[in-house]
Design a protein around this ligand. Sequence first.
Ligand SMILES: Nc1ncnc2c1ncn2[C@@H]1O[C@H](COP(=O)(O)OP(=O)(O)O)[C@@H](O)[C@H]1O
Ligand SMILES: [Mg+2]
Length: 248
Amino acid sequence: MNTLYLREIRRRQGPEQKGYPFSLPAVQHLNKLTLSSPVTFFIGENGAGKSTLLEAVAVGCGFNPEGGSKNFSFSSADTHSSLHEWLTLVKGPVRPKDGFFLRAESFYNVASEVDRLSDMPVFSGRNYLDYFGGVSLHEQSHGESFMALMIHRFWGKGVYILDEPEAALSPTRQLAMLARIAQLVREDSQFIIATHSPILMAYPGAQIFSLEEKGIFEMNWEETEHYKITRRFLENPGPMLRELMREE
Ligand SMILES: Nc1ncnc2c1ncn2[C@@H]1O[C@H](COP(=O)(O)OP(=O)(O)O)[C@@H](O)[C@H]1O
Ligand SMILES: [Mg+2]
């Protein structure tokens, strides 16, 4: 696909930029990120600012900060940052036809909103839940409902912004997710994903931005801590385990 919906994330400088989120190194160092692949990953330590950045991008794309598709408008707690006001999102000439923003912590709320909308049969005669595979997301495990969402509700030609989707998924399901992403990319979709999963990051040709103390760095899969540490550990767990569990 040569038509990316979102092409650049730029930060504008402003006068009163103190405290959260501007105090985060990832935000301080954010100047311009140029997206060149249909799949972009944000990686980095816990607390690096991945969710903050992802949320600001999602809000800039027109999503509800709580998550969901663009017609979701529920709100449970108004805690999102003002970062989106300081971002300029450079978009491509084609507008996406679909989209979904999935926050790490609010899948439960998204599931509740789907149930609520399902009680209103207003969507071209179909029950709204049919768009999600027909089974309440609450009545499936977290991983099952997430896969149902990816398979039934992501329609292609869309922008999908996902925060740590691997949290719910077994390694086998993460591989299935890679296959589903590839399918949706062939159908002109774009993904922006925050993740810790070395499996997901292996998506061929994906762009990986690492949010670090000294800046935001683009790197290859093999250069990521996730890949190096996981590989070292799996190849020879003994020495690492002994070191970690050594009594002082
Ligand atoms: N609403 C908020 N108000 C103040 N600080 C916050 C808020 N949300 C997150 N933070 C802080 O900002 C930092 C980055 O958070 P986050 O973007 O969630 O990181 P990540 O997703 O990379 O783990 C964390 O240290 C967190 O405590
Ligand atoms: Mg996070």
